[in-house]
Each structure stands twice: as C-alpha cells, then as structure tokens.
Design a protein around this ligand. Structure first.
Ligand code: HEM
Ligand code: HEM
Length: 205
C-alpha cells in the first residue's frame, strides 16, 4: 500500500496541476469538464491522507535529511486544498488583500519546488506490479469515491444555498456586472493604478 499511495499521489498531483491550468486557459465550456477532473483529483489526494500519514509519521521518526521540507510541502498542499474548498463553497471568497483563489493557486505554485525535491529525494522505482489488476481496481475505487465526494459537496452547496451556488461553471464569481466602474480595467505592467479599481479593492465608496 505504501508504494501504491506514493505513486497515486504522484499522478494525482500532476492531474490536479494540469487540470487547474487547463480550466484557467479555457474559461468556457471545457473549463467545467476540467474542473470536475480537478476537484476529483484534489479530493482523491485528501482521501489518501490516512495512508500517507502513516508513511510520513514513520519516515519522520528516521529524520532523513530534508524531512522538514516534506512537512512544509504537506502544509502547502493542505493550504491549497483548503483555499480551493473555501472558494468553491463560497464560505470565504477573500480575506484581507488576497482572494481564496489567489491563495489556492499561490500555495500550489510554491509547492512545486518542494514537490520536485520530494519526488527526487524520496524516489520510488517503477515496478510491473504497479500496473497490476489490483492496483488499477484500487485506483478506480479511489477516483469513484473522490468523484462522489465532489458531487455530494456540489449538491450540498446548492441545497444549503451557500454563496458557491452562485458561481459560474468556470468557478468564477460575478464581479460588478452592469457597473462599469467596478469592472477590472486593462492595465499594463508599468501603468499607474486606475482609480476605479483601487476604490473597489479597498472597499471605499
Ligand atoms: C501530497 C503529496 C505528498 C506529501 C504531502 C508528502 C509528504 C511526506 C512527508 C511529510 C514525509 C515524511 C518526511 C520525509 O521523510 O521526508 C514523506 C515521506 C516520503 N514520501 Fe511523500 N509526500 C507526498 C507525495 C509523495 C510522492 C508523490 C512520492 C513518490 C513519488 C512520495 C514518496 C515518499 C517516500 C518514499 C517517503 C519516505 C518513506 C520512508 O522513508 O519510509 N511522497 N512524504
Ligand atoms: C496542489 C495542486 C492542487 C490541488 C490539490 C487542488 C485541489 C482543488 C480542490 C480540492 C478544489 C475544490 C473543488 C470543489 O470542491 O469544487 C479546487 C478548486 C479549484 N482549483 Fe485547484 N488544486 C490545485 C492546484 C490548482 C491550480 C494550479 C489551479 C489553476 C491554475 C487551480 C484552479 C482551481 C479552480 C479554478 C478551482 C475552482 C473550481 C470551482 O469553483 O468550481 N487549482 N482545487
């Protein structure tokens, strides 16, 4: 189970990363399909926590060089998942200067060097058994469970009328429709900050 868990995490992290960016780039219908894959891979990562915790707890006792970097990596992944769920449910869309989505993507980007280091430093060689029938069945069960969790979450957001039920299929929230002064202005890198968007961001009238 140890090898399988680490290998599954490897594939799921890659899937979550790629599907997140694909959703950003499309911002139209394919976005939703990508976000379903995205959310399911995120929940599958969470579902592996009990197994990964056992692996990590044992490994930490051995204090291999860089063990603290793995812990930091774990914190960043958890922060990213938490912020993703806060965004999707709408329970906390922004806090202070940052939106939950900025924290979500920011934490994931910060996690990249740690992920690369972790995978190289704690390398696991591929074996034929990784493609066995049992491994595939486990993977199928994991993804089915994660998909069901996501579907239940989406249904709950609607049943309880959480703010997340108002978001677009791309995951975006409405932002100043029909109020031109609130719409984000086009701005080049070295332009001064436009007044309308400054006022909106700081919440002034
Ligand atoms: C969500 C992603 C992951 C998190 C949060 C995570 C976290 C951790 C932590 C905290 C440890 C214990 C500290 C240490 O020894 O460095 C650890 C150990 C380890 N991890 Fe990960 N890890 C993740 C993904 C992976 C992946 C993708 C692989 C392999 C491809 C992997 C392979 C290992 C191995 C082999 C160990 C050492 C086990 C041992 O020495 O018994 N991990 N991981
Ligand atoms: C460590 C990598 C990542 C993990 C584990 C992860 C996981 C998640 C999870 C669990 C959610 C909540 C899904 C829901 O309940 O609807 C979510 C939402 C989201 N994520 Fe990620 N994510 C990661 C990285 C990224 C990246 C790099 C991007 C974009 C570049 C991204 C874009 C999004 C978007 C747009 C949503 C909102 C979906 C919606 O509201 O329907 N994610 N993510």
């Amino acid at each position: 189970m140890k090898r399988w868990t680490n290998l599954a995490l490897f594939l799921l992290l890659g899937l979550a990363f790629v599907s997140g960016w694909v959703a950003f780039f499309y911002a139209t219908a394919p976005s939703r399909a990508s976000l379903i894959v995205h959310a399911a891979s995120g929940y599958a990562i969470v579902a592996l926590t009990p197994w990964k915790s056992v692996i990590a707890a044992r490994a930490i006792q051995r204090r291999r060089p860089g063990w603290w970097a793995s812990l930091l990596f774990a914190l960043l992944v958890l922060l990213s998942v938490l912020a993703g769920i806060l965004h999707s449910t709408g329970l906390l869309i922004s806090a202070g200067a940052f939106t939950a989505m900025e924290v979500h993507v920011g934490a994931a980007l910060l996690a990249i060097p740690f992920a690369a280091w972790h995978i190289i430093a704690r390398r696991i060689p591929m074996r034929a058994v990784d493609l066995s029938r049992r491994s595939m069945l486990r993977a199928g069960a994991l993804m089915a469970g994660a998909g069901l969790t996501y579907a239940t979450g989406e249904a709950a957001v609607r049943v309880f009328h959480l703010p997340g039920s108002e978001r677009r299929f791309t995951g975006s929230y409405e932002f100043g429709s029909l109020e031109p002064s609130q719409l984000p202005a086009t701005q080049w890198m070295f332009d001064s900050v436009p007044m309308a968007s400054t006022r909106h961001r700081t919440g002034q009238a």
